[in-house]
Design a protein around this ligand. Structure first.
Ligand SMILES: NC(=O)c1ccc[n+]([C@@H]2O[C@H](COP(=O)([O-])OP(=O)(O)OC[C@H]3O[C@@H](n4cnc5c(N)ncnc54)[C@H](OP(=O)(O)O)[C@@H]3O)[C@@H](O)[C@H]2O)c1
Length: 416
């Protein structure tokens, strides 16, 4: 008797392959493909880098593909001529029995046309296998094409009492080395890093990538995300540290003075003038649609409480990542989100029904499970967690107790 087909099993493998393109496919999506015949793997591939062959073509070229094979792709095969020819034509030529796709391509140039062409050629198409996992892999690409704005991730380093900087403006370094390494991963996967001229002037950060491809287990050279800076009045001088580091700088402003613009262009920035929002600030919604038009998928935001609050209030934040350090900065220090006066707890942001929250230990932690020996909790399931510093920590589903070393942090992620 033939074995039942396990679409999820093979699609999970295709998703694992797609993840290998996490840092290298911008502005394209991360895509994986697995080819199977008689329940055996024939070939596999993924989209490795922008401009390179698509996942399906990499899989087809790696091994001989017999007719009647099943293709598993994390995204609908393309049907248009882009930097490479349409993948559906290559698939049709190989006479597959079936093509299983996790999700339709939101790109209006494809959007079901690839699936339609396969079906018109007598090839069975199964859709929606592990679709939510596939969507999680490409939040920026999907947001850009479906909503006309990038996926916005907001990262903040805070103290245990929710403060982001001292009153003097000093905020470096609230968290330690491990949290900063984790932030480097987030920067590396993003198309752009967004901040304000205020934070650039206060902190003088480089906002660049300080990890190499080997740190992230990649074969392809890492691309520096574009640094996007909001500077309504063009207060930056062009001499800040950010101008001396690799990567493009895009400044958005309300100031059309040729003299100020020329100063920053001479320092290597591209300057765009945007409308204000009626309040004398740069219109953040217009900014986001401008960034989407410039093929920015994921925006990684590192800013202070004012811009963070404005982004949240305007519904422009999709994910908040907080690194909480075991320190107290005191109530005279600066908070994390300026949201004005909130009159009712029910109006608090950004948690909506359906938001997902996870928490994780980052950096050097010591498990304190010795005080809760396994035997004293009969029936309590144990889970293992890998801390980001590579140390193995253990916690139970019911309780988790940690000794945080000074430079460690708790990472909380909230996602819509
Ligand atoms: N702990 C952390 O994770 C972290 C991260 C970054 C920064 N910081 C700290 O945060 C402090 C700076 O915070 P901050 O609150 O003063 O500055 P900020 O939030 O970084 O930026 C404020 C600027 O954002 C722009 N802005 C504010 N509201 C806006 C709106 N509604 N629409 C469009 N643009 C808007 C304005 O720029 P224009 O004036 O140009 O219009 C404003 O000056 C620094 O001390 C820095 O050290 C902490």
């Amino acid at each position: 008797m033939p074995r039942p087909v396990n679409h999820e099993f093979w699609m999970a493998q295709a998703l694992r392959l797609a993840r290998k393109g996490m840092y290298s496919t911008h502005p394209n999506p991360r895509v994986g493909c697995v080819i199977v015949k008689d329940a055996k793997l024939v070939s596999q591939g993924w989209h490795e880098f922008t401009g390179g062959p698509h996942a399906e073509i990499n899989a087809i070229e790696k091994n001989q593909v017999p007719p009647g094979s099943d293709f598993y792709t994390t995204l609908e095969p393309c049907s248009h001529h882009g930097k490479t020819p349409p993948c559906v034509d290559a698939l049709i030529e190989l006479k597959p029995r079936r093509v299983v796709v996790a999700m339709q391509d939101p790109n209006p140039l494809v959007a079901g046309a690839g699936i339609g062409k396969l079906e018109a050629n007598g090839i069975k198409v199964v859709q929606g296998v592990l679709e939510s996992e596939a969507r999680l892999l490409n939040p920026g690409f999907i947001s850009r094409l479906e909503k006309g704005r990038p996926f916005v991730r907001l990262k903040m380093a805070i103290s245990l009492d929710g403060r982001t900087a001292l009153k003097s403006g000093e905020s470096r370094w609230i968290t330690g080395k491990s949290a900063r390494l984790d932030v480097q991963r987030l920067r590396a996967r993003s198309s752009a890093i967004l901040t304000s001229a205020k934070t650039v002037m206060d902190d003088n950060p480089s906002l660049n990538l300080r990890v190499s491809k080997s740190d992230l287990d990649q074969n392809v050279e890492l691309r520096h995300p574009v640094r996007v800076i909001l500077d309504a009045e063009l207060r930056l001088t062009g001499k800040e540290k950010i101008f001396g580091t690799d990567g493009e700088i895009w400044i958005y402003t309300l100031n059309s003075s040729p003299f100020e613009i020329e100063r920053l262009v001479a320092a290597g920035a591209q300057v765009s003038i945007l409308d204000d929002s009626g309040s004398g600030n740069i219109n953040l919604k217009k900014l986001m649609s401008h960034l989407a038009k410039r093929e920015i998928n994921e925006v990684h935001t590192e800013c202070g409480q004012t811009l963070a609050g404005a982004l949240v209030q305007q519904g422009l934040v999709d994910e908040i990542i907080i690194y909480m350090a075991p320190k107290l900065l005191g109530s005279r220090s600066i908070g994390a989100f300026d949201l004005g006066q909130i009159s009712h707890i029910r109006n608090t942001r950004p948690t909506h029904a359906g938001d997902q929250a996870t928490s994780q230990q980052v950096g050097s932690t010591t498990q304190t499970m010795d005080s809760h020996p396994r035997s004293s909790h009969p029936g309590v399931p144990w889970v293992k967690q890998q801390s980001l510093s590579g140390q193995l920590a253990t916690s139970t589903k019911m309780t988790s107790a940690w000794t945080l070393h000074e430079k460690a942090a708790t990472k909380v992620t909230i996602r819509r």
